[in-house]
Design a protein around this ligand. Structure first.
Ligand code: UD1
Length: 421
């Protein structure tokens, strides 16, 4: 896949209507949750066709969950779980595979998986996940890059206090707690919409969860969960990405199957940059961009409901051609400016210092040969290439395929000159 490239001739306006796919970051924990369902099938609609989702399906198959895909729907049957060892090769395919720890441990009381290790965004510690699961009775040994986990007496509900509202740690505790004995209270929980989606799915399966979407989630353990039919929430980061594609090309776009309330921290910035943007109908977002964008005020990434770190690179690419100077402060990950060196090669003017990036808008970027540094950095390069003068090629697109369903088909359908070779 990494031999493939995206070829983008810049300058076309993005115009028309685009249907948004389901959220990667909601689908992955939902698929992990299916491990807990002893009784009946789970029918999960709007499950995006992404390489990260395929990797999650391979992990499920490996541990004995029967899965099949029918279009956008995944049907899983976890009535007969077998192998609880997840090999390095499968763990490496998807960095967020650690979310399987809580559900596999909850279901089988033991599992062995390789340590997920670092990733493009820098070290991805899992100390919060492990401390929380240990406080619920898990015995976890970390040896030679492996996590050997058992819960000899089963997992027990307790009070878990997270020192940072980690999305993954909150999901892991929820997954471990829904079938644990007693009550689990998560203090300092993450409030992302994907947490609410996981809670809604689990509740549809018979779990007892309250407070999802606040910083205090309470889970009363149940003996058994049963299958359900569920539809994954729309992908809010893909929504921001496509809105930025329209913004940077002076375009006009309708995104369907989208929820504007999930991107409440991003919309004011696009408005400040001169875009008209509003929701209409049940689930559509409309954007119309001006001919020239203006730089917005300082963008600071924060846990939800703050500005999402995953939207930082797409918005930065958009700001490279806005009039004025924009400042970004990245507060969530240490290594999240890897797209900057590629944008500089296109003629962008950006200075970084630690967590801060200062972007001075230029008239136009120039096309060149680019390589995606990571998933959202790759999306940023697509945005930049759409506005640039000339034809860019973007390599390393396996990163982009982790989170965007056929990005070239989506953008071609709304006017971009883009193809995959
Ligand atoms: C999830 C998202 C990712 C998004 C991120 C932040 C998925 C699959 N991925 O990742 O796209 O960028 O939320 O919104 O949903 N941390 C620790 N110790 C831990 C766990 C996290 O120090 O045990 C730190 C991380 O290093 C990072 C910060 O907490 O600096 C946020 O991480 P977290 O919220 O856990 O992100 P993920 O769940 O990995």
């Amino acid at each position: 896949m990494d031999k493939q490239k995206l070829i983008i001739k810049g300058g076309n306006r993005i115009e028309g209507e685009l249907a948004l796919h389901g959220a990667k970051n909601a689908a992955l924990p939902l698929l992990a949750a299916t491990v807990l369902i002893k009784d009946g099938e789970c029918i999960i609609h709007n499950c995006p066709r992404l390489t990260d989702v395929d990797a999650a399906l391979r992990i499920l198959s490996h541990i004995g969950v029967k899965c099949r895909r029918d279009g956008g729907t995944v049907i899983s049957d976890a009535s007969a779980i077998g192998n609880c060892e997840i090999p390095v090769s499968l763990m490496r395919e998807m960095r967020s595979s650690i979310v399987f720890l809580g559900s596999v441990l909850g279901r089988t009381r033991h599992c062995r998986m390789s340590y997920p290790g670092g990733c493009e965004l820098g070290p991805r510690p899992i100390d919060l996940h492990l401390a929380a699961l240990r406080s619920m009775g898990a015995v976890i040994e970390e040896t030679h890059g492996f996590l050997d986990c058992t819960a000899p007496k089963g997992l027990k509900g307790t009070s878990v206090s997270l020192s940072f509202p980690s999305v993954g740690a909150t999901e892991n505790v929820m997954l471990a707690a829904v079938t644990a004995s007693g009550v689990t209270e998560i203090e300092g929980a993450a409030k992302e919409p994907e947490i609410c989606d996981l809670a809604s799915f689990l509740v549809s399966c018979g779990a007892d969860i309250s407070g999802a979407g606040t910083d205090r989630i309470i889970i009363r353990g149940k003996d058994k969960l049963s299958g359900c039919e569920y539809s994954v929430m729309p992908d809010r980061i893909a929504a921001v990405t496509y809105l930025c594609c329209a913004a940077v090309t002076g375009g006009e776009l309708i995104l369907t199957g989208a929820d504007i309330t999930h991107i409440g921290a991003v919309v004011p910035f696009l408005k400040e940059m001169g875009c008209r943007i509003y929701s209409f109908g049940r689930d559509s977002i409309y954007i119309k961009a001006p001919e020239r964008l203006r730089a917005p005020h300082t963008v600071r990434t924060m846990p939800y409901p703050g500005f999402p770190t995953d939207a930082q690179a797409p918005l930065m690419a958009t700001c490279t051609v806005a009039d004025g100077t924009a400042v970004f402060v990245e507060n969530i990950f240490d290594n999240r400016y890897r797209h900057v060196s590629e944008l500089l090669r296109m003629g962008a003017v950006i200075k970084t210092e630690g967590r801060v990036a200062v972007v001075q808008g230029v008239r136009r970027l120039s096309a060149t040969e680019l390589v995606s540094p990571d998933l959202r950095g790759g999306a940023a390069l697509v945005i930049a290439a759409l506005s640039a003068e000339g034809t860019s090629s973007i390599g390393g697109i396996s990163h982009i395929d982790r989170g965007y369903e056929s990005i070239e088909k989506a953008l071609y359908s709304v006017g971009a000159d883009i193809k995959r070779i």
